[in-house]
Design a protein around this ligand. Structure first.
Ligand code: IMP
Length: 209
């Protein structure tokens, strides 16, 4: 297949069989296993295989997802899927971005992380816009070093104070466009249907199966 510039686009299909999820987060692995079950994928986690977690040294979501997927594929000898996601605030030049998890500190305190976002926005002055989006990058890698990446996005506005107790991370301060409730006030099914993760998975499924 070629793109609009005539450049070869390598879209490799994923054959049914074993797939490593390059994550040690059990919740994430379960969610991905459920999403991929209809495509005949037999999912194993990097945790179950005792694979080390590489340091996320990339400067983009895609670079970090690719790094994690390539490491897991290389070490396991199996195709591997990794994700990297975060909140991007336009007025903060993209922060917290790839550092979204790190802004919560070693105690993973997202109350603190949300406060940091709000304080940083306050420092930009009263005219700073509240536009923000979530990004999810998914990378699929094979043991021969081939890798493909897919990026999903959902746009919204930051709200303050935080609202709702569903979801996780920055959900209480993110209100998706076209809605008047935050991600943390939504039923999980409603969030999952419109999220950056759903968008990235749609692209992966369309290209890879
Ligand atoms: P990682 O992709 O597991 O490295 O985590 C990225 C971080 O981005 C998470 O710890 C959350 O802080 C944030 N994040 C990613 N997706 C969401 C979401 O759907 N809601 C709220 N926060 C999110």
């Amino acid at each position: 297949m070629t793109d609009e510039f005539g450049k070869e686009q390598a879209i490799r299909k994923l054959a049914p069989g074993k797939l490593v999820i390059a994550s040690h987060n059990k919740g994430k692995v379960r969610e991905i296993a459920d999403l991929l079950a209809p495509y005949g994928m037999d999912v194993i986690s990097a945790g179950e295989l005792d694979l080390p977690e590489p340091e996320e040294t990339g400067t983009t979501f895609i670079a970090n997802a690719e790094l994690k997927a390539l490491t897991a594929a290389d070490l396991s000898g199996l195709p591997a899927l990794a994700d990297d996601s975060g909140l991007v605030v336009e007025a903060l030049n993209g922060d917290p971005g790839i550092f979204s998890a790190r802004w919560a500190g070693p105690d993973k305190d997202f109350g603190l992380a949300m406060q940091k976002v709000w304080d940083a926005l306050g420092e930009k002055g009263p005219d700073a816009g509240r536009d923000a989006h979530f990004i999810c990058a998914l990378a699929l890698a094979w043991p021969d070093g081939h890798v493909e990446a897919f990026e999903g996005r959902v746009d919204g506005t930051l709200v303050w104070p935080p609202r709702g107790d569903k979801g996780f991370g920055y959900d209480p301060i993110f209100q998706p466009i076209g809605h008047d409730i935050s991600f943390a006030e939504m039923e999980p099914e409603a969030k999952h249907a419109m999220s950056h993760r759903a968008d990235a998975f749609k692209k992966l499924v369309a290209a890879s199966f």
